[in-house]
Structures are given as C-alpha cells and as structure tokens.
Design a protein around this ligand. Sequence first.
Ligand code: B1M
Length: 213
Amino acid sequence: MELLEKISESLQKGKAKDVKALVQEAVDSGMAAEKVLNEGLLAGMNIVGVKFKNNEVYVPDVLIAARAMKAGTQILKPLLASDGVEASGRVVIGTVKGDLHDIGKNLVAMMMEGKGFEVTDIGTDVPAEKFIETAIEKDADFICCSALLTTTMGEMKNVVEAAEQAGVRNRFTIMVGGAPVNEAFAKSVGADIYTPDAASAAEAAVEALAAKA
Ligand code: B1M
C-alpha cells in the first residue's frame, strides 16, 4: 500500500502512533507537508466524515480519528508553518458557541502562525462576547471564527453584532470559515473575509494587513 494511503487508513482506524510514524516517514522521504496533509490526513478524515454520516462509524470512532489527525499535524506543523513570509499582525481565533470541532480551526491557527501572526486561540464553544473581549484585550487585527455545524454557523452573525454593539466593528477584520460556510453566507452575516481553507485564510490575512498599512 502506498504511504499516503497507509496514513489515511491508519487515521480512519484511529491509530495515532502509526499515523505519527507514517507521517514522519513521509516527511523524511522528502514528501511536501501539504501533500501529506491533503492526500493523507485530510483524505482519511473525509472518509471518516462520510462513514459518520452513513452511520457506519460513531462518535467514539470519530474522536479517536481526530486524535490521530492531531498527532499527524503536530509533525507537519513546523513544516507547514514556515514559508518565509513574516506578517506582524495579531489574530484571535476560536470555534463558535455550541461547536466543539477544532481541527480546522487549529490548522488555520497553525498557518497564521506560519505567516508570522501572533495567534491567540480561545478554543471551542466560544460565545460571541468572548471573541470581542479578547480581541480588544489583545488589540487584535483579525477575529477568526470557525464553525462546522449548520446549527452553529449562525453564531458568526452574533460575533459581528457583538462587535457592532461594543462600538469596535471597524477595529477588526472578521474572518469566517468552516465546512458549511461559504462566501454568500459570510456576506449575509456581515463578515469581512471568507476563505475555504486554512492556507488561503493565512494568505488572505497577509493581504488584508498589507492593504491596511
Ligand atoms: Co462532527 N460533524 N459532530 N465531530 N464531524 C461533522 C462536521 C459532520 C459534517 C459529519 C457528517 O454528518 N458527515 C456533521 C455536521 C452536519 C451539519 O451540521 N451539516 C457533524 C455532526 C452532526 C456532529 C455532532 C452533532 C454528532 C453527534 O453528536 N450526533 C457532534 C456535534 C458536537 C458539537 O460540536 N457540539 C459532532 C462531534 C464530532 C466529534 C467531537 C466526534 C469530532 C470533532 C473532534 C474535534 O474537532 N476535536 C467530529 C468530527 C471529527 C467531524 C468530521 C468527521 C470531521 C471534521 C474535521 O475535523 N475535518 C466532520 C465531517 C467532515 O467534515 N467531513 C463532522 C477536517 C478539518 C481540517 O476540516 O474543520 O472543515 P474543517 O476545516 C477546513 C475548512 O473548513 C477550513 O479549513 C480547513 C481546511 O484547511 N476552515 C476554515 C475551518 N475553519 C476555518 C476558518 C477560517 C477559514 C477556513 O477562517 C476563520
């Protein structure tokens, strides 16, 4: 079996130690970190998602797959992170209230750090007010909201409204993303930037910061 396929298979089985070892092997063989992430780890997680939807696997299986995903991304982190671009902005990132999914958010945080941003990760299940309080406290440039559930994506509107109510909407660029989110939704809730993946989120932040300067 090809190495990337082995990574995907091991992730689906939730074998964190194997995933770690295989990802290391792939990296040592000179394979690009993005390829290992997209065609190994994320490919495996997508299959888990389909099986989850079809009731072929259940929450505990998905949790151990998520743990294996984290083990793999830890190895990739320093490689994904550095590409020479050094931005000097501040980012507050979290998954919105009611939502516990954090793998995509962690990837966005990782990519942002890689671009030189100072990232404050406020975790999952974050109330709108907490995004705003932290952004004020950290004097952030960006508020980044992730949501994976159709039932929680509406919380992004609350984040925009909380910023308006606190009179600080113009201080922050609000970025949104996550599987159910798209450009039209982002516009409808009054967010500033939507990007479909972690790498483009970091690139968009660099561009937005440069445009502000
Ligand atoms: Co959940 N889950 N889950 N889950 N889970 C989904 C999202 C689901 C699509 C599965 C399915 O049915 N096929 C479904 C949502 C359906 C819907 O709303 N339409 C679902 C459900 C229903 C649930 C529960 C309700 C299940 C239950 O309890 N009955 C429950 C909800 C819990 C809660 O949050 N309150 C639940 C629980 C869980 C686990 C805890 C078991 C686990 C999460 C573990 C963790 O995150 N630590 C889990 C997982 C792992 C998934 C799937 C399988 C994988 C998600 C993932 O990590 N993908 C997922 C199915 C799927 O997505 N295929 C599913 C990999 C990750 C890298 O992708 O987060 O999309 P993603 O991030 C992408 C982009 O979206 C983007 O960048 C990343 C790529 O580079 N991105 C951004 C993300 N945030 C961004 C922010 C940005 C920009 C881009 O700017 C700020």
